[in-house]
Design a protein around this ligand. Sequence first.
Ligand code: ZN
Length: 291
Amino acid sequence: MLVKRPAVTVVTSAVVLAVLLSALLSALAAPTDAGRASGSEAAGAAPAAASAHRAPAHRARPSAHRTTGRTAPAGRPRVVAGPAIRPVGSCRAGRVALTFDDGPDPRLTPRLARLLQRLRVPATFFMVGERVDEAPAAARAVVRRGFTIGDHTYHHPVLDRLSGARVRTEIWSTAAAFRRAGLDAGVVDLVRPPYGAADARTRSVIAGMGRPSVLWNVDSRDWAGLSPAAIVRTVVREVRANGRRDSIVLHHDGVTNSPATLAAVPREVHRLRRLGFCFVALDAQGRPARR
Ligand SMILES: [Zn+2]
């Protein structure tokens, strides 16, 4: 018995180890998306035309990098293949892509990126070029945390009021700001027109640059000064209404009320996950990715 016992212990330990190892391997190999098999709705959300939303322009400040029509295009930023953050959770109720506009804010944006990384929620940050020039480290922090950055123009103008040449300059200048900030792999081709103001002409100018325009179909109204609780209620209500048509949610990390957004995001994420929604990045065309 005394001889056998250690042998039994060794065998038992080996079996336990093998079982644990096999469980671990299958957990790693298994898709994290329990809803993948049934997640077969048609193409991703075609976000409704922008609502009447007119977010207040971020406060005007002198730009360190005045851009004019003279600025030469200097190539487009590279499109990354997919989100660095692998989403978790079920998609049975629908997919949700979070977007954050008007940053980077030197303090709030890095905190938001840290929070989203902890929550394992992919997100796209549509940054304003002149703000990237003012806070390049905040923009780099977003990419370092695994998020993607899109173009929200250099000066945040209403593009519909600009000539085609000036629309193009707004977008090229932002790409140049991304390059000055040393951003590369995290930058995607997506363009979000400020205020959602993009008529057919503006959209065709942007499309002519090979850049998809991305609006949204859920407006958190954080720009309107809502409390965190009201932001959560607004987003959850509208995402549920969209359901399996998928949602692209508009938030702001560069407006006065953005601390409320920061407070709302974790509650929003937890409530939507409990309801069966999953969080995904935007694909190259600006639709919630099928992952
Ligand atoms: Zn904006």
